[in-house]
Write a protein that binds this ligand. Structure first.
Ligand SMILES: *[C@@H]1O[C@H](CO)[C@@H](O)[C@H](O)[C@H]1NC(C)=O
Ligand SMILES: *[C@@H]1O[C@H](CO)[C@@H](O)[C@H](O)[C@H]1NC(C)=O
Ligand SMILES: *[C@@H]1O[C@H](CO)[C@@H](O)[C@H](O)[C@H]1NC(C)=O
Length: 372
């Protein structure tokens, strides 16, 4: 029986008894509350863990469009408010903007810049109606096609073009889906179809030697394009290939993104939900595979302090390429690792004082292999 609340007549013992009982009752109430709360929290935590560690990988696996957004981020490209024909804005002289139109399956156009070599700029400024295409055709300078990395439009890489313009006519362009190029969904295959045609167009514009320069994702596209040219009937081989901060494959590169590696790489389903879908949905960008089909001299340059793409990728690429490239007749591979203390990172290799020397040397190597 429950003790009654005490009143004036309740003895000391009964009063104590009463309060003792109330305390016990309160405690058991608290206990139940506590258990319910804890269970709820545990369930919520479990749901959250499931959402993060199962939900995100499954959504990623099931959504090629999400994968595309990560591999080819085409929204809000930097620099913003681009004006591709307003060269003054970017302090560029001796350049033209070209709307390169492709007619196959779909009608598609790419935004392309043609930047004259520094040595022709004064001439172009002094001459009224200077003919850029004639100067490209004359072939006094070789031509380099620049394949940019994934997070930017072609304006972002002007500093590298300025280094290249010492030696080359520079052709810089935006991939489909990027900047002022047609807003067609980018895929690796689609982009390579475009770059094959861009190469053919440049080939018709000049008799000069044509080199490829690829930065990061651009290195994968450039290498893939060469592999495809090589497969083609006319067996075209460009003069030389330059790879700046390349990755070995998109799998390896995604694995370097801290969000994926730190959060998910321990999961047994990491491979099947995060990495494999990239290959399954046409985002393999497997530079290490394509490079085995390159038959021209290759120069790779990578900063050791690159926090986006580790320089070990370049070491691996150089090794794979050297195994396949016949250095007696086709070309050799040169790897330049730039020491970390220079601080060039992923985007500032153009600052390297040695870079012009490396480029010059590579041109000499490529020219030497031409006659073998
Ligand atoms: C072009 O002209 C500028 C100014 O007249 C001069 O400083 C520069 O050296 C010239 N460049 C070349 C490559 O001749
Ligand atoms: C390029 O040309 C195509 C076809 O003439 C046109 O549809 C497109 O808008 C042009 N692009 C630019 C950026 O002017
Ligand atoms: C590649 O060949 C050139 C010229 O034959 C040579 O100078 C260079 O050292 C070679 N590079 C490598 C890595 O063997």
């Amino acid at each position: 029986m429950e003790p009654r609340p005490p009143n004036k007549r309740t003895g000391v013992n009964d009063t104590l008894l009463y309060y003792e009982h109330r305390k016990k009752k309160k405690c058991s109430c608290l206990g139940i509350c506590c258990i319910i709360c804890c269970t709820a929290i545990i369930i919520l935590a479990l749901v959250a863990v499931l959402l993060v560690f199962v939900g995100i990988p499954v959504v990623f696996k099931k959504s090629p469009s999400l994968q595309r957004k990560i591999v080819f981020p085409t929204n809000n490209l930097l620099p913003s408010n681009p004006e591709f024909s307003n060269f003054e804005k970017y302090d560029i002289k001796g350049a033209r903007n070209i709307n390169f139109t492709l007619e196959y399956i779909v009608s598609l156009s790419l935004g392309v810049w043609h930047l004259l070599p520094h040595g022709l700029v004064n001439n172009s400024l002094d001459t009224q109606n200077f003919d850029h295409s004639a100067s490209l055709m004359q072939g006094g300078y070789p031509v380099i096609i620049h394949f940019h990395s994934n997070g930017g439009n072609r304006i972002k890489f002007i500093k590298m073009y300025n280094v290249l313009r010492t030696y080359f006519h520079v052709i810089a362009f935006d991939y489909r889906g990027y900047a002022d190029s047609s807003s067609v969904e980018p895929t690796e295959e689609g982009i390579v179809e475009d770059t094959l045609r861009l190469y053919q167009w440049v080939r018709y514009q000049t008799n000069a030697d044509i080199y490829f320069w690829g930065h990061e994702l651009g290195a994968a596209i450039a290498t893939h394009t060469i592999a495809r040219l090589h497969e083609g009937e006319d067996y075209v081989v460009p003069m030389g290939l330059f790879l700046e901060a390349p990755f070995t494959s998109m799998r390896d590169q995604i694995n370097e993104i801290p969000f994926f590696r730190k959060l998910f790489s321990w999961l047994p389903w990491y491979q099947s939900t995060i990495l494999n879908p990239l290959d399954e949905n046409g985002f393999s960008l497997n530079t290490a595979r394509y490079i085995t089909n390159v038959e021209c001299p290759i120069m790779i340059v990578h900063a050791e302090d690159d926090a986006v793409t580790p320089s070990s990728f370049s070491e691996k690429l150089a090794k794979v390429a050297a195994e396949h490239l016949d250095s007696e007749t086709k070309g050799n591979v040169t790897l330049h690792l730039l020491p970390a203390h220079f601080g060039y990172g992923h985007f500032s290799i153009h600052k390297s004082l040695e870079l012009p020397f490396f480029i010059m040397k590579h041109i000499t190597v490529c020219e030497a292999y031409r006659y073998i």
